[in-house]
Structure formats: structure tokens, C-alpha cells
Ligand binder design. Sequence first.
Ligand SMILES: [Cu+2]
Length: 322
Amino acid sequence: MKRVTLALGVLVSLALFPAAAQGANIHYWIGAVPTEWNVVPSGRDPITGNTFLPTQTTMNTVVYKRFTRNFARPMPNRYWVGDNDGVPGPTIRAREGDTVLVHFKNMDTTFGMPHSMHFHGFRYDFRSDGAFVPGVTGVEANVPVGRTVTYRLRAVRGSAGVWPYHTHASSMHMPETRTLYGMIVIRGKNERKPVRENIVVFSEHLGFQTINGRAFIGNTPTFRSRVGERVQWNVMAIGDSHHTYHLHGHRWRFANQNIDTRNVGPAESWKFRITEDEPGTWLYHCHVDFHMDAGMVGLYQVAGRSARGSSGGFESVLAGRP
Ligand SMILES: [Cu+2]
């Protein structure tokens, strides 16, 4: 009887005070996987007409890939960005209050280098820092090939936003590991999901200026939305350069003014939301001229409002995600 009363009490308090309920434990299984990566799969810049040979645009490298439970098999690629393609690595998602457990396995049999994962934004114990400090840190900061470690991360109050993660092992400074990065998206406790989310990561590979590891229109992501939809852009930079993100035909609020360009430096990241009201095929690009010339440009297609309502015709890409 006592136990029943207790159980009822818990149920009643969960119903009355849902905010007091614990956040979820979310598991990610991520491997560092060697791969061949083509920065310009089309071999072409459609704006200038310049063409490239696969030998100029392809590299052997290591990327983060997401796997199903216990590394049973790789997760499929998705059409939205932050997919499981490799660059950037899988998007790690949480809500404030959640605990994220990232199980990381080094599968780099090609280069045989140690790798790790180091996370911005989260709260964690020093053992989950994933950054190699000689003579101090353990296996979690310099994970040898074949080993698996688990990082325990807490999305505490105040961690909402977008953040980078990347390798911080001793091999971090080798060119082969310059593709080991990805984005963390933490939603506020009461923050509503946008209908769509566009992930833009500026970097540089093989002398090209890249967005999500690719250069030039047709290779960089083509994002899509529809008039009336609430769209979130997550912008981040990794590497050696500062970039100026610019989106055509749109303005958003930042620091008490309307802007349509914003700077993003290495490991900086930010987001903004817009509600679509103007159909078109808009450019988004880095406004540093030689970066745009070297590939840092993409398309954003906004379709008109559909007869069935603002999100009709397109699947809500964020359905079912934290
Ligand atoms: Cu740039």
C-alpha cells in the first residue's frame, strides 16, 4: 500500500511539475573512420565555368561517422545537412537538462593515428575533456586505434545554442585530421523547434574554401524551405580563417540592429531564426571575396506557400529529434 501511494505521489508530481522531471540520457555511437573525400564532386564551379580533376579535389582523410547502438552499422546519410556524410560529423543534439553519452571508437586503420572528441558548450568532468595534455590525460584524450571511450556531457542550464566539437588528440595538428569536426545543437528547455534547420560550417580543404566540406554551388548544400516557415541557421567556422556569413534577401536581429552579414572566426558559432516571406533562389556565402572565389558559396531555395498550408509538401525535417 505504501509503495502504491509513493508511486501515485511520483505520478502526480510529474503531472503537476513536468519541468522538475529529469532530462533524458541520450547515447551517440561515433567512430573516427578513414575515408576518401572529394571536395568538388561535380568537378566544376558553375559560376566561372572552371573545371577540376578528381586528383585535384580528392583526399584521403578521417571523418566522424555515427553508428547504431554498439557500433553495429553506420547510420544512413540524410538529405538534410548535419547528416552522416562525414564533414561535418554527425550533429549532436540535446535539450537543456539532458545528459549526452558519446561512445567514441577510433577506427582509423589507414593512418593509425590517435584521435579523440572534445566538446564545446556542455558541462563535464575533466576526464571527458578529450584534449591531450602530455603526462596528465588518459586514453580518452588520445584514443588508440581499436579502442572505445565514453564521454559524459551535461547540457546544463545556459548551454543552449550551437557549438563545435572536434578532435583534440596529439594528432590534431596533422592535415589528415582537419576533417574531424562537427556541430552540437542544444535547445533551451522551453525553446520550440524550428520547422527547418540549416547547418553551415566554414572551413578549408585542399586549398578550397568549403561549406560542410565541399566547394562551389552544386557541391555545397542547397537548402530548401517554404514561405511561412520558421527556419534556423546554425553557422560555425573551423580552421585558420575568419569568415563573413551573408544571406541574400534576408535580415535578422543581432545586438539591437538588423544585419544581413555576420563574422564567424575559428570555433565560433551562432544561430539565428527567420520566418520566410519571399520566394527565390538566394545565395548564401562568405563575403571575403577570395573565399567566395575558392568555393565558399551555396544556394537557398525558398518556395511559395503551398495550398495545403505553410509546411505542406515538405516533410518537417526536425520531427522526432530532440
Ligand atoms: Cu570566408
